[in-house]
Design a protein around this ligand. Structure first.
Ligand SMILES: C[S@@+](CC[C@H](N)C(=O)[O-])C[C@H]1O[C@@H](n2cnc3c(N)ncnc32)[C@H](O)[C@@H]1O
Ligand code: SF4
Length: 488
């Protein structure tokens, strides 16, 4: 275990950090953020999905000559056995022993299978499926047989390429060896474990008790079965965490040697997420402590051989995410940093989001029962979405570059979109001067915008806010009027 003092920032940078960090800003898991999406009819959603087959954009940007993108499919399975108090995911807590549990799950599965049938009927299925992701909630709430039924239905329609990334989120507390073996047999090759924190007091407070031996066993079993990439989700900023306790968790993570680590800043939005109201707010770490936790994680994971990727991810240099950072195919979506930037993403299940790259976003109803009822009765559970205009597409691409690579190269956007960067973003570039003076970004002679390390990396969201046309122009300094979590 390291005995080094936790890293912090020099006094001037610390002062700047405090000036910018405590405000509410989006993390841009989508651009435009979901607050700006509006209700969407089933017909309009269908039209958007079909537009993805042609690969052309209705906005007429120069991208219009491109072939239709390859496919990515996200399947949302919302059920969990118990509630973790910090959880911001869309989940349904359903104890298995409840009398109505089997019927609710069966009804949900019937709806999910029907939605897959309907989607397959609309898409050009010669397009290769490059990515499949089961997320939740907890996908392994489903039995091995149910997971098999689901996967077989997908494989029956889609051309899942042999080298496709097939990923599944796994809660080690409820996942059996039989389920792991089944998932591997079905072709899943990446497994993502919700670890969160190893400290017993923290685990108890957030109601996520999961001893390290349990996690070790899941890791060893996954490796034995041949999952290529074993990933951990860790959260810092939880109640009862201290810099020292997080340091211990980090060392335990390094010892277990996952291939990829998502090191999430606890996103606390109790106004939106009712289940977070049970968190003891008096025990949350201070803003300074959280900054130290982040810098410490970055230092220790990097020393241990991981590459720092984007906002909150680390990966072994030979892992797919690190490779996609090098090849410029990295992106950010609702599942975090991910590979496959050029894919059209289709989401099935409650709250699932479809992102058709040059067309727009479509989202299903969030409530699981409403989702199932609507799919079974009407054949659609679409609620809201957004059709993208050409400016949205330019900014979406810019933000993907920024979050993925920590820099923006004007010539790349100019080639792709037929714009003159300095003119197109004249207002943004003048606002950026303030961030440059404060040492958050460096703007080079050729106009390249680079986030400084560590200050710019920590305040990435503030830089992104400058380019978000839906926020108030000074949001990067004063925060957005919609509620988002903060950096502090
Ligand atoms: C759908 S959950 C993971 C799958 C599985 N249910 C589990 O808990 O192991 C995805 C991840 O989101 C992260 N997460 C959930 N709520 C969060 C929050 N409020 N702030 C930051 N990360 C959060 C957790 O690290 C969690 O593992
Ligand atoms: S963290 Fe995972 S297991 Fe816990 S409530 Fe959220 S989705 Fe369910």
């Amino acid at each position: 275990m390291t005995s080094q003092p936790a890293p912090s920032l020099p006094p001037r940078e610390l002062e700047i950090f405090h000036r910018y960090a405590g405000i509410s800003l989006p993390r841009h898991v989508a651009y435009p953020m979901t607050n700006w999406w509006t209700s969407l009819s089933t017909d309009r959603a269908r039209e958007m999905r079909r537009a993805s087959n042609t690969g052309r954009t209705p906005t007429g940007s120069p991208d219009s000559a491109l072939a239709p993108p390859d496919l990515s499919l996200y399947v949302h399975i919302p059920f969990c056995e118990s509630l973790c108090k910090f959880c911001g995911c869309n989940k349904v807590i359903l104890k298995k022993e409840r009398a109505d549990a089997p019927t609710r799950v069966e009804q949900f599965l019937a709806a999910l299978l029907k939605e897959i049938d309907l989607l397959a009927g609309e898409l050009e299925l010669a397009r290769p499926l490059r990515q499949l992701h089961f997320g939740g909630g907890s996908p392994t709430y489903l039995s091995a047989e149910q997971l098999t039924t689901l996967h077989e239905r997908i494989a029956g329609y889609f051309d899942i390429r042999p080298d496709a990334e097939q990923a599944v989120e796994v809660d080690p507390r409820i996942t059996t060896g039989e389920q792991l073996a089944t998932l591997r047999q079905l072709g899943f090759n990446r497994i993502s474990l919700g670890v969160q924190d190893f400290d017993p007091q923290v685990q108890q407070h957030v109601r996520r008790v999961q001893p390290i031996e349990m996690v070790r066993q899941t890791v060893e079993e996954s490796r034995r079965l041949g999952f290529h990439s074993v990933n951990f989700d860790i959260i810092f900023g939880l109640p009862y965490q201290t810099v020292e306790s997080v340091a211990r968790t980090i060392e335990q993570v390094i010892e277990l040697a996952p291939d990829r680590i998502a090191y999430y800043h606890y996103a606390q939005v109790p106004a939106k997420i009712a289940t977070q109201r049970g968190i003891d707010h008096t025990k949350l770490p201070s803003s300074d402590a959280k900054l130290q936790m982040f810098l410490m994680g970055k230092q220790r994971f990097t020393e241990a051989g991981y590459q720092f990727i984007g906002l909150d991810h680390f990966a072994r240099p030979d892992e797919a995410l690190a490779e996609s950072l090098r090849s410029g195919t990295i992106t950010r979506n609702f599942q975090g940093m991910t590979t496959g930037r050029e894919l059209d993403l289709f989401g099935v299940g409650p709250s699932a989001i479809t992102h058709i790259r040059r067309v727009g976003f479509i989202q299903n109803a969030t409530d699981s029962d409403e989702y199932a009822a609507r799919i079974l009765e009407e054949g659609s559970a679409v609620t809201r979405g957004m059709r993208l205009g050409s400016d949205d597409i330019v900014r979406q691409t810019l933000l993907e570059e920024l979050y993925g690579t920590a820099e923006v190269i004007p010539s790349r956007l100019e080639q792709r979109f037929d714009i003159r960067f300095a003119e197109y973003f004249a207002d943004e570039l003048s606002r950026l001067r303030q961030l440059e003076q404060d040492g958050i970004v460096v703007v080079s002679q050729d106009g390249r915008i680079t986030l400084t390390d560590p200050l710019g990396r920590v305040l990435m969201r503030n830089v992104a806010a400058v380019f978000d046309a839906y926020l108030e122009p000074d949001a990067y300094l004063h925060g957005a009027s919609h509620e988002y979590s903060t950096n502090a």
